[in-house]
Design a protein around this ligand. Sequence first.
Ligand code: FE2
Length: 297
Amino acid sequence: MDKIYIILAVLAGLILLCIIWCLIEPLVLDLDRISMKRASKDSSLKDLTVKKISEPTHDTSDSQPDLRVFLFSDLHIECCPITAKRLCNDIRKAHSSAPLDAVLFGGDIITYPSFAKAGYKYLSTVSSCCKELGIPFYGISGNHDWMLENIADSAGFTDLDNTSVVLTSHKNGSDITLAGLSDSGRRNRVWHSKLPSESTEPVVLLVHDPDAILHLEPEERPDYMLSGHLHGGQMKLPFKMEFTVLRRSDKLPRIGAVQGLYDINGTAVFISRGLGCNILPFRFLSLPEATVVEINL
Ligand SMILES: [Fe+2]
């Protein structure tokens, strides 16, 4: 009998530790650096093949990349313990080690529209920091932002929803197109089949939901894609129930892409775990993330 009590006490202790960790983990920001390389695209394949690009994710050499950007996504301001001040400090730190070409926000300012003001205040602080450092700040909408209006003006970034800008390679001065796609929200979902640019230059696409690549016409798939939305599952559960039971509408996790770097039919794809928490203020084995992305043509 005593043994049963001991086992139950150990189990109760473990569950308590897990709950405490779920509350602590949203505070632990993982500032990562990754290197994306251009792969050879195969637009003849209709079905997408997903290959995980394993470690090392960053180029260990000191050679300069063509483009260096700072990506953060999925603020969900209601449950985001990573403060704007802390994020700005990380932007400053990244910029002081090597100049950043842009700061990119990957969408989902809020979970509930009534928190929009707080979300704009956060992003305006990031915008001021970018202005002070002389770094352009671009953003797109996420699926939770569909009810918000004039997002870019209120948040202080340059709107990349369904438009593009041209950036310049550090290495050889060639053009690189930075394009963005909007998110219509999930109720009346509209997917884009084309990119907003007809550029023949390499294209870096910023889009909130990585499932967007499933809907682009094969010849429209970009060379590089930066996304968020999946939160790394937010709470890792046994048998991947965070996707098989809870987030059933997300398709890419079912074919193997959840977080990190992938080669999807020759498109180099990075999926960020994002900063905040959606609905519940918990994370488990899916740290909040901001990333310095180095792009090599
Ligand atoms: Fe999100």
